[in-house]
Design a protein around this ligand. Structure first.
Ligand code: PMP
Ligand code: GLU
Length: 394
């Protein structure tokens, strides 16, 4: 009945848990959700006001498929000023979240059987997006310090490789890759005539000293083979608005636009108008949220790394901690055995009422993911509960 394509697709583990949490809360259980990575702040007011104004002005109709020119021009200015990449507006397309821009990028770049190199741990949806395009995800683990293993990437390149996918700052590790390592990946792409897809949705959420650099800004010959993906979701607390964009070679953007024209037509009209206000007048809001995330990172890192049996790398960006919990595997509480990360996540949900995502979702079965996009009070309460629950395993 159901197509093979969908039968082989695993549902998104970062989102799926939300229905279970809703059910548990309906049953009266107190659940702290540290599963889904989205800012807990509301969207900054100027953005909301711009959307309302746009609706009042009747900007409630279909737009051009790749997005309103005014927003694409604002994105082009942003990419030029902040990311040092010069794009014309026909090299930019606005889409329903970064998710849809990414999915369509793989559909445009890949023929069935092509290979896409994905450094792991990686965000949950990449593998399914690549498979949906009929391509093959080739997973290449990062080094112990969560940075790119350039030799392993080089070794993974075959005659079928079409794309190298890079995500920095990284979900789930929080690693921010150095300019040198990104340049080395770019050189590989040029040498082997590959595309780079660079997912930069967490670019504004950096706490360490390694700055964000956009791969398409490297010269020469990189921009022509790079698709830059970004979104309003994380930086501007606009996850529900579903607004992202792709910037890349004209032919690729035209291809994405063709798919979009047949499948969603365009991103929501008034959300697009509001996004101009985000880019042009909300820098201070973004910085305020970044500072709050940094405080939470420091707090949660301190608490998580002092848990027994847990080794936690220090993240420099995004809003996740991704500790190795494999020392807890095999421990038990009564009849319950913590075989693996999913069993640990289930145990912490039942025993502590805290929802986390097992590392299996990110191709890293030894780990579990915490998001610190939640209030200090909630993080404190969640860690008190987790401490008690983990303590019972010893
Ligand atoms: N890329 C990464 C690395 C993400 O974590 C997410 C999660 N939202 C996305 C892309 C998708 O972003 P959007 O919500 O804009 O579709
Ligand atoms: N990207 C966020 C996460 O990893 C939100 C959920 C999703 O889109 O996967 O939790």
């Amino acid at each position: 009945m159901i197509s093979d394509r969908v039968r082989q697709m695993a549902p998104s583990q970062t989102l799926e848990l939300n229905s279970k949490i809703a059910q548990l809360r309906k049953e009266g259980k107190s659940i702290i959700a540290l599963n889904s990575g989205e800012p807990d702040f509301n969207t900054p007011q100027p953005i909301i006001e711009a959307a309302y104004q746009a609706m009042l002005e009747g900007k409630t109709k279909y737009t051009q498929t790749p997005g309103i020119p005014e927003l694409r021009e604002a994105i082009a200015r942003k990419l030029s000023d902040e990311n040092k990449i010069d794009y014309s507006i026909d090299e930019i397309l606005v889409s329903t979240g970064a998710k849809y821009a990414l999915t369509n990028t793989f559909l445009v770049l890949c023929n069935p059987g092509d290979e896409v190199i994905i450094p792991t741990p990686c965000w949950v949806s990449y593998v399914e997006m690549v498979k949906l395009a009929g391509a093959l995800p080739v997973l290449v683990p990062v080094c112990e310090d969560n940075h790119l293993d350039l030799k392993a990437i080089d070794k993974a390149i075959s005659s079928k490789t079409k794309v190298i996918l890079i995500n920095s700052p990284n979900n789930p590790t929080g690693a921010v890759y150095s300019q040198d390592s990104l340049m080395a990946v770019a050189e590989l792409a040029v040498r082997h005539e590959l595309y780079i897809v660079t997912d930069e949705v967490y670019e504004k959420l950096i706490y360490g000293t390694t700055p964000h650099v956009s791969m398409a800004s490297f010269s020469p010959g990189i921009k022509e083979r790079t698709v830059t993906i970004n979104a309003f979701s994380k930086a501007y607390a606009m996850t529900g608005w579903r607004l992202g964009y792709a910037a890349g070679p004209k032919q690729v953007i035209k291809g994405i636009s063709a798919i979009q024209g047949h499948t969603t037509s365009n991103a929501t009209s008034f959300a697009q108008w509001a996004a101009i206000a985000a880019l042009e007048s909300c820098g201070a809001y973004v910085e305020e949220m970044r500072q709050a995330f940094e405080k939470r990172r420091d707090y949660l890192y301190g608490r998580v790394s002092s848990l027994p049996g847990i080794r936690c790398p220090y993240p420099d960006g995004a809003f996740y901690l991704f500790p190795d919990v494999s020392e807890l595997f095999g421990r038990r509480r009564g009849d319950r055995v913590i075989h693996d990360a999913p069993a640990l996540a289930d145990y912490l949900l039942d025993e502590a009422g805290v929802a986390l995502v097992p590392g299996n979702a990110f191709e890293a079965p030894q780990a579990i993911r915490f998001t610190y996009s939640n209030s200090m009070e909630k993080l404190n309460e969640a860690m008190d509960r987790i401490e008690r629950a983990v303590g019972k395993l010893f």
